[in-house]
Design a protein around this ligand. Structure first.
Ligand code: NAD
Length: 508
């Protein structure tokens, strides 16, 4: 069923869809256009974090499976069946791929929710439409990326040609399994590369279906392969592989640094990194609309259970509006997100991805209390949902930027409000972090906003909004938030390389 047909599904219908989906889950690897078992036959469990139930036993890919997938992707690349296909033909296949994702939205949505606990309403309203839009945008861009002819002396002609890289290894995280995978595979495929996707072990199900749909859309076998497995084995083998031309990675800063090492230890492959964040939102006393600003503050840190790389987790509030800000946040934000069963379309907050995450987030909350922050609400597990990995939305006030909760990426629904005096202090606190993914600035003074945009160290800055944008927006970080840019034509270009062809002409 497509997106339009599932928009009005109720809880009962989604439960029925989930029961049906559970009987048909594909657990094998997807290599060279077919489902295959892992060579060593190992398996790992994927667990529904809403109730702790095992959803499926997935094939666990090992280095030998990565070898097989890379060999298949390399043979497909060399054959030219995809890389040399006329741009418009490649475009048509990607459009069909996007259409098939729409037609299979029901199944994809339920897999995503069972796998990582994301509210089904969010998958339907945001994740799947965004996947479709990404594929369409990258397909549209195929013949908009141009080489060039440079100015040379009269006896030369210089062409700069853009070519695909070869085999691209894609390693996404689990927080938006379909969308983060799509942000990688769509530009990689559009540029003519072939792909090996290694999904996160917490969310292994939907990537397999993506690859299958690509083949059904007319994509040649071997162009899009999927190997599930652990990061330290399958992911590492992919990143160390000598026949992989680029690794496109999204995940923690810690693992991002390992990926750079693997590139150095192997073939100096290109590395695109989208890593963690501890993004500030700065609320100046003259902001235009406190209610809208506070709503952006709680949505920016509670949506997707706070498991968002660009979550606005540090809320910097100018002292004159501090008390009012906190009061409004408590009044409006405390009940805006209610943990519940993510298969219920009324639910806007599911569990965290697993028990480990739940323990880590609760541990950081304890640390915030110990270090002297004021806990205004939350900080605990919701009653009645003990079977799942839930944490209540949490608000800390009077946070100092040196506290652990202001420095570490929590990746959970925990907001920290930090008071400040004046724009200079705000910028200094905002930039006092190893990260630099995103930032928000709230002020009615355009001069102030422009000055802050210039001074803030972040790849994405929103003024009087948060998490806004479209496909033209380069999305990526400064500092240890990474160096890649997703979405946008710059992303598509980063999956190509330039070739300089210099012609010496015979004298006239
Ligand atoms: P993670 O770094 O643990 O894992 C990410 C991926 O890397 C997974 O597929 C995992 O299997 C793989 N991996 C782990 N160890 C590996 C290794 N040694 N070699 C190769 N691959 C390995 O991150 P996570 O917990 O899945 O995701 C959360 C992190 O992702 C957060 O830090 C978040 O900020 C970040 N993130 C960033 C963006 C962005 O666009 N900047 C978007 C989403 C998430």
């Amino acid at each position: 069923m497509n997106l339009e047909q599932i928009e009005s599904h109720d809880f009962q219908q989604w439960n029925a869809v989930a029961d049906q989906a559970k009987t048909q889950i594909e657990t094998r690897l997807f290599i060279n256009g077919d489902y295959v078992d892992a060579v060593a036959g190992g398996r790992f469990s994927t667990i529904n974090p809403a109730n702790g139930e095992v959803v499926a036993e997935m094939s666990e890919g090992m280095p030998e499976d990565i070898d097989r997938a890379v060999a298949s992707a390399r043979a497909a690349f060399k054959s030219g069946c995809w890389s040399r296909l006329a741009p418009r033909d490649r475009m048509e296949i990607l459009y069909s791929f996007a259409r098939l994702i729409d037609e299979h939205a029901e199944e994809l949505a339920v897999l995503e929710t069972l796998d990582m606990g994301k509210p089904i309403a969010d998958v339907v309203a945001q994740d799947i439409p965004a996947c479709i839009e990404t594929i369409r945008f990258m397909a549209e861009g195929i013949d908009k990326i141009e080489g060039s002819v440079t100015n040379t002396d009269n006896d030369s002609l210089h062409l700069v040609i853009r070519e695909p890289l070869g085999v691209v290894g894609c390693i996404p995280p689990w927080n938006y399994p379909l969308l983060m995978a799509t942000w990688k595979i769509a530009p990689a495929l559009a540029a003519g590369n072939t792909v090996v996707l290694k999904p996160a072990e917490q969310s292994p199900m939907s990537g397999l279906r993506l690859a299958e749909l690509f083949i059904r859309a007319g994509g040649p076998p071997g162009v899009f392969n999927v190997v599930n497995g652990m990061g330290e084995t399958a992911g590492r083998a992919l990143a160390l592989h000598n026949d992989v031309a680029k690794i496109s990675f999204t995940g923690s800063t810690e693992v991002g640094k390992l990926i750079l090492q693997y590139a150095g230890q192997s073939n100096m492959k290109r590395v695109g990194l989208e890593c963690g964040g501890k993004s500030p939102q700065i609320f100046m006393a003259d902001l235009p609309d406190l209610e809208a600003a506070v709503a952006a503050a709680y949505n920016g840190v509670f949506a997707n259970m706070g498991e968002v790389c660009s979550a606005g987790s540090r809320l910097l509030v100018e002292r004159p509006i501090y008390d009012e800000f906190i009061e409004l946040f408590i009044a409006e934000g405390q009940h805006a997100y209610a943990p519940g069963d993510p298969l219920n379309p009324e639910t806007n907050m599911g569990p965290l991805v697993d028990r480990g995450s739940q323990q880590r987030v609760l541990g950081l909350i304890e640390c915030g209390k110990r270090e002297g922050a004021t806990l205004h609400f939350g900080g605990d597990k919701p009653r009645g949902l003990e079977a799942g990995a839930y944490v209540n939305p949490t608000l800390f006030g009077q946070v100092d930027n040196n506290m652990t909760i202001a420095r570490q990426e929590i990746f959970g629904p925990v907001a920290s409000v930090i008071p400040f005096d004046g724009a200079v202090e705000a910028i200094s606190i905002a930039n006092d972090t190893i990260y630099g993914l995103a930032a928000g600035i709230w002020t009615r003074d355009i001069n102030q906003a422009l000055r802050m945009v210039k001074n803030i160290e972040a790849g994405v800055v929103w003024v009087n909004s948060y998490e806004d944008g479209d496909m033209t927006q380069p999305f990526g970080g400064y500092k240890q938030s990474g160096q890649a840019r997703d979405k946008c034509l710059e992303s598509l270009k980063s999956y190509t390389q330039s070739k300089s062809a210099w012609f010496r002409l015979t004298p006239e």
